[in-house]
Design a protein around this ligand. Structure first.
Ligand SMILES: [Zn+2]
Ligand SMILES: [Zn+2]
Length: 271
């Protein structure tokens, strides 16, 4: 089985398109690339139901759509018999995570994808962002502390782009990095959440899969479940570069993929 469990329900030009017809375009690309099942994971900050959470203009400006419409589009695609799952990309919001969970709880999610894009309201994946006033080592330490907190919160089922802090190619030295990788893997294993192998990093300045082989190996050794992810914001990116993601999974010793229904994960043979 091959899944792509990270994508944003958009039209061909990347504009929001919460319709079952738009979902069908993603399924067409999935089929063409040998992907058996896809999961939509729109950003949580696009929905007015979560408006009270956002103070940063980048987030509050986008907070204009209805969760009901998004869920209805994916559920209609399911009714048409398409191999789709209903998910959401949920941001780390620190001590307000419980409140965000309450706001999104009424909807029938198959899985929730957890992401750390922001540290204290400052972006990790934009420049200057957190890089403007913290050292590389500080950013990495804060970033992984947030990832571990999100995993342990019980708010999400899968962690997205696990080592996003490398996005611009800035990394602390190998010893510090290894320590952070091992400690994060240990805490994630304790939390029971899965991680994704994402091809999105190949399209970013770093030009690599998330997570890197050392971190992926540390996770797989501890029995952490794995999904595959493109982070497509346009249909033609579904399943892109999955040959590389599958090769990374296999060389890390991963033989199964985690499949979700109603926030319950199970293992299926990978491939
Ligand atoms: Zn993300
Ligand atoms: Zn995403």
């Amino acid at each position: 089985m091959i899944v792509d469990y990270h994508m944003h329900l958009r039209d061909e030009r990347g504009g929001i398109a919460f319709t079952a017809d738009a979902a069908e375009r993603f399924v067409e690309w999935a089929t063409a690339r040998g992907v058996d099942e896809i999961g939509f994971t729109e950003h949580v900050y696009y929905f007015r139901e979560t408006a009270e959470m956002w103070e940063v203009p980048y987030l509050s400006e986008r907070c204009v759509f209805d969760l009901e419409d998004y869920c209805a589009a994916v559920l209609e695609a399911k009714r048409r018999g398409l191999p789709v799952k209903l998910g959401l990309e949920v941001d780390y919001v620190g001590d307000r995570q419980g409140r965000l969970t309450e706001l999104i709880d009424p909807y029938p999610w198959d899985f929730l994808l957890g992401s750390v894009h922001w540290l204290d309201g400052v972006a990790v994946d934009m420049e200057p962002g957190v890089w403007g006033d913290s050292s590389v080592e500080e950013v990495w330490r804060r970033y992984f502390a947030a990832v571990v907190e999100l995993a342990s919160s019980g708010a999400v089922d899968v962690l997205a782009h696990l080592d996003l802090a490398k996005i611009f190619g800035r990394r602390p030295d190998a010893a510090i990095r290894s320590r952070l990788h091992e400690d994060a893997a240990e805490a994630i294993a304790d939390s029971g959440v899965a991680i994704e192998i994402s091809t999105a990093g190949l399209r970013k300045p770093v030009g690599e899969l998330y997570p890197d082989p050392e971190l992926l190996g540390a996770c797989v050794r501890r029995g952490i479940g794995v999904t595959l992810a493109s982070d497509a914001h346009e249909p033609h990116l579904v399943g892109e570069d999955f040959v590389l993601a599958l090769a990374a999974a296999r060389s890390a010793g991963c033989e199964t993929v985690t499949v979700f229904d109603a926030r319950q994960g199970r293992q299926e043979p990978l491939g």
